[in-house]
Design a protein around this ligand. Structure first.
Ligand code: TA6
Length: 277
């Protein structure tokens, strides 16, 4: 059974997107007839597990917290593995909503704050904007992290490099070390799992030395670069087995520290993806 999903179209350009209400996950984005997102062929689409691919939103924690208010939440929090409601939808844009009402009892018990997430997806020509508004409806302040876990489809990872990370000291989760990036053309040539904090420059994905995707960010200062490489074979919902050659995760996030949202206040996190090729 496929979960509730709907499509958006920009009639002037023919760009299309398909969004799952489960996890508010954009599972397809085509521009000029070409798919720009990677979705695993074994992605579980029945709402029983977060979707492997597309753009799963991560909230209120990135990774797995070992202590603090998010310690009892699953990796990457609850936003990507709950059914959101549709607050508004028109031809080329939709706003989805998540509040404690939509959460499982387990998630509510694990993270008891009152909140509202409004996630707006907008198609416009060769651009896809995903905007997350976090509202603290509680009387208490709360800390959170958030990230848009975007899986980009690429023709061949060997022809891909990422621009805009030069000079940043990143946390390398593969070697458990901190390394200063010395390249303006960052490539994935083996398992890659890095958190680049406070990236000021525009980040661009190049394929064969041509810019294929440009990422503009607001409220998402950090960049996570991930490719599981052959480790994807150990992931039951990742297919095909060599699918790592056709994807790269360049994830805009606010994850290198905890962000405090005061009671009654709002935080806006947005990325604008532009398909250049
Ligand atoms: O964003 C990179 C990362 O944190 C990796 O460490 C890896 O765990 C990836 O997310 C996928 O996580 P998932 O829980 O979706 O399998």
């Amino acid at each position: 059974m496929e979960m509730k999903a709907f499509s958006l179209v920009d009639e002037s350009s023919g760009s299309k997107a398909r969004i799952s209400q489960f996890g508010a996950t954009v599972i397809s984005w085509t521009v000029r007839g070409k798919e720009r997102l990677f979705l695993s062929e074994k992605a579980i689409l029945d709402g029983s597990k977060a979707i492997r691919g597309g753009i799963p939103p991560v909230f209120p924690v990135f990774g797995k917290a070992t202590s603090g208010p998010c310690a009892d939440l699953p990796q990457h929090g609850f936003a990507r593995n709950h059914l959101w409601t549709v607050k508004h939808k028109d031809t080329s844009s939709a706003t989805l909503r998540l509040t404690p009402t939509e959460l499982s009892k387990e998630a509510r018990n694990a993270w008891s704050y009152d909140f509202e997430l409004l996630y707006t997806v907008t198609l416009e020509g060769s651009k896809l904007t995903t905007r997350l508004e976090v509202h603290n409806r509680d009387t208490r302040d709360f800390e959170f992290q958030t990230l848009l876990h975007t899986y980009f489809r690429v023709n061949s990872i060997a022809d891909v490099h990422v621009e805009g990370l030069n000079g940043i000291m990143y946390k390398d989760k593969v070697s458990s070390s901190e390394i200063t990036e010395r390249s303006e053309q960052v490539m994935c040539t083996s398992e890659t799992d890095r958190v680049y904090p406070r990236v000021k420059d525009t980040v661009r994905i190049h394929e064969k030395s041509q810019v294929s995707i440009e990422i503009q960010r607001e409220g998402l200062e950090d960049i996570v670069l991930w490719n599981p490489w052959t480790g994807c074979e150990k992931m039951g919902d990742f297919a095909p087995a060599d699918g790592y050659k056709n994807m790269v995760c360049v994830e805009a996030g606010a994850v290198s520290k905890w962000h405090t949202l005061s009671a009654g206040k709002q935080y806006v996190a947005q990325q604008v993806l532009a398909a250049r090729l």
